[in-house]
Design a protein around this ligand. Structure first.
Ligand code: OAD
Length: 250
C-alpha cells in the first residue's frame, strides 16, 4: 500500500465487488482540483461582489440580462480552460469496473464526459450550450457589443442551458436519477454540500432502497451522519485510491 493513499475501508471494497448497480452523485467539489471554483466559493476577482445565488435566477436575468450573461461568459471561459482531474478520471474508470453505473451530476462544466464517463445525467444542464430564452432551442451565440446576443429566429435574449434557482430540472432527468438511486447497491455522494434540492434528496432515496451510502468530501456536510462510509479528503486523491483498491492494486 502506498503511504500517501487515503484509507479505503476493506468492507467498502467488498460491497463494491458485490454491487450490481452503483450510482455517484457529484457536485462542484469534484471540479475544484481542475481550477473551477465551487459554487459557493465562485466569488473571486471581478465577481467577488456578486452572490451566485443572486445571479443564477430567472429574476436576475430579467432584471439585468447583460450582467448574468457576462457572469456566465466568465464561468464558460474558466470551464473551457479547465481539464478533467484525477477524480473525474477515476469515476470514468469505476464505470468500467462495475456491472452497471449511473453518474448523476449537478455540475454544468461537462468535465465528466470529457474524462470518459459515458452514462452521465446532467441535472443542472451544461454551461457550454446556449439556448433561446423564449423557445429553449439550442443556438450558436454570435459575438456582440451589447450582450446578451439574441435569437436569430425570434429576437429573444440567449441564455446558458443551465437550471437556475426556482426552475424545473430538464425533463426526465430527476426521474431517471431517482430510479437509479432507489435501485442502487452502493451510492456515492461526492464533492457536494448536499444543500440543494431536489438533488440532495437522492442519497436519502438510495438509503430507503437499502443502498450503502458513501460520502467523499473535503469536509462534513448535513449528509455525513447518514453515511455508512465517510471518506474525508479531496476527490482527486480519494477516488483514484478507491479504484486502485477495487482493482486489488493496494
Ligand atoms: P457547493 O459549492 O455547495 O459545495 C461544494 C462541496 O465540495 C463542499 O461541501 C466542499 O466541502 C466540497 N469540496 C471542495 N473541494 C473539494 C475537493 N477537492 N474534493 C471533495 N470535495 C470538495 O457545490 P454543490 O454542492 O455542487 O445549482 O452545489 C450544488 C448546486 O448548488 C449547484 O449545482 C448549483 C448551486 O446552486 C444550480 O446552479 C442550480
Amino acid at each position: 500500500m502506498s503511504a500517501a493513499a487515503p484509507d479505503i475501508p476493506p468492507r467498502l471494497v467488498e460491497e463494491l465487488r458485490a454491487a450490481r448497480h452503483v450510482v455517484a452523485l457529484t457536485g462542484s467539489g469534484v471540479s475544484a482540483e481542475s481550477g473551477v471554483p465551487t459554487f459557493r466559493e465562485a466569488q473571486t476577482g471581478l465577481w467577488e461582489r456578486y452572490d451566485p445565488q443572486q445571479l443564477a435566477t430567472p429574476e436576475a436575468f430579467l432584471r439585468d440580462p447583460r450582467l448574468v450573461w457576462e457572469w456566465y461568459s466568465w464561468r464558460r471561459r474558466l470551464v473551457g480552460g479547465a481539464e478533467p482531474n484525477a477524480g473525474h478520471r477515476a469515476l470514468a474508470a469505476l464505470e468500467r469496473l462495475v456491472p452497471s453505473f449511473t453518474l448523476v451530476t449537478q455540475n454544468v462544466d461537462g468535465l465528466h464526459g470529457r474524462a470518459g464517463s459515458r452514462n452521465v445525467t446532467e441535472l443542472h444542464g451544461n454551461i457550454t450550450r446556449t439556448v433561446c430564452s423564449a423557445e429553449r432551442v439550442a443556438v450558436e451565440p454570435e459575438d456582440t457589443d451589447e450582450p446578451p446576443p439574441v435569437c436569430p429566429g425570434c429576437g429573444a435574449p440567449l441564455r446558458p442551458d443551465v437550471v437556475w434557482f426556482g426552475e424545473m430540472l430538464p425533463a426526465g432527468a430527476m426521474e431517471l436519477a431517482s430510479e437509479a438511486a432507489r435501485n442502487s447497491d452502493v451510492f456515492f455522494s461526492i464533492g457536494t454540500s448536499s444543500l440543494v434540492y431536489p438533488a440532495a434528496s437522492l442519497p436519502h432515496e438510495a438509503l430507503a432502497g437499502g443502498a450503502t451510502l458513501v460520502e467523499v468530501n473535503a469536509g462534513p456536510t448535513p449528509l455525513t451522519p447518514r453515511a455508512d462510509h465517510v471518506l474525508q479528503g479531496r476527490a482527486g486523491e480519494v477516488l483514484p485510491a478507491l479504484v486502485e483498491a477495487l482493482r486489488g492494486e493496494i
